[in-house]
Design a protein around this ligand. Structure first.
Ligand code: MLZ
Length: 265
């Protein structure tokens, strides 16, 4: 049964704990999924973040939507949470002064885009605005600790959410390692990524959870032997409005006086 991985037993056997709920940018009570297959909405093109496109819901699992951009192929489906900030009801883009764009790899020539748009929206069932849930607040800072367990999207198989461990912490990033798998699936992400969830999330929302893989299992001692991590360098520090860049800008604006030149008074 994919819904009932025995986290309790696993945490006990591995002598580990789950990262606390407050570490995550996820609602403590995850929202209900009120979308259904076939409805259309607006989504950012994941391959071209400046474009807002029409997308169709082609799958629904727990609080996640499988989306396909209209005018694109079925090889570039992507997943969003119902409380994601980058999905909106049809009409949102235009009402905020933007224009709907063809997806990257639009399968017709650019001049047919307007006609295509008209056709794809005519008679379409659009997702009601009440289906779109408010994005959770971001934790104020990175509270993750090495060794804590979590549930994480496998970005190479994004339909999967899998048992994982915080392998490293660096500034605003954590290194997500997948239990029982070689390092090929591991990745760095921000602490406020929407792809990571507290232990128990999948069970609570009715999403399958992929249990730890078989690599490194069944070795000496515990059934679950941890591996030596191969940790790639963390991503470079991103500038943010609250980060050090803002601080240095503010400092740069300060008038030079004896109180902030470092001069002894
Ligand atoms: N079928 C794939 C799935 C791997 C999923 C790993 N998730 C961490 C494979 O065996 O490569």
């Amino acid at each position: 049964n994919p819904y009932t991985f025995a986290w309790e037993d696993y945490l006990g056997e591995t002598g580990s704990v789950g990262a606390p709920q407050v570490c995550f940018k996820q609602h403590a009570n995850p929202p209900k999924n009120e979308f259904h297959c076939g409805v259309k909405l607006e989504a950012q093109d994941p391959r071209n973040l400046t474009s807002t496109c029409i997308a169709t819901v082609v799958g629904v699992i727990g609080p996640r939507l499988r989306l396909r951009l209209d005018g694109s192929d079925n090889k570039n489906d992507f997943w969003r949470l119902v409380d994601s900030n980058d999905i909106h009801p049809i009409g949102h883009c235009e009402s905020s002064g933007g224009m709907l764009q063809p997806p990257l790899g639009f399968r017709m020539n650019a001049s047919s885009w307007r006609t295509f748009l008209l056709k794809t929206l005519t008679g379409a069932e659009t997702a009601s605005s009440c289906c779109f849930k408010k994005e959770p607040l971001s934790p104020r800072y990175n509270m993750f600790r090495i060794g804590q367990k979590l549930e994480a999207v496998d970005r190479k198989n994004p339909h999967l959410i899998c048992a994982a461990t915080v392998g490293a912490v660096n500034n605003d990033s954590i290194f997500v390692t997948f239990d029982g798998w070689k390092g090929a699936f591991d990745y760095w992400c921000r602490y406020d990524s929407r792809d990571i969830f507290p232990v128990g999330f999948c069970a609570a929302v009715g999403h399958p959870l992929q249990p730890p893989g078989q690599k490194f299992a069944l070795t000496s001692g515990s059934r679950f032997k941890s591996r030596v991590l191969n940790i790639p360098p963390p991503p470079p520090l991103q500038s943010s409005s609250t980060g050090i860049d803002k601080l240095s800008t503010e400092i740069g604006k300060l008038p030079i006086s004896s109180s902030n030149t470092g001069a002894k008074v």
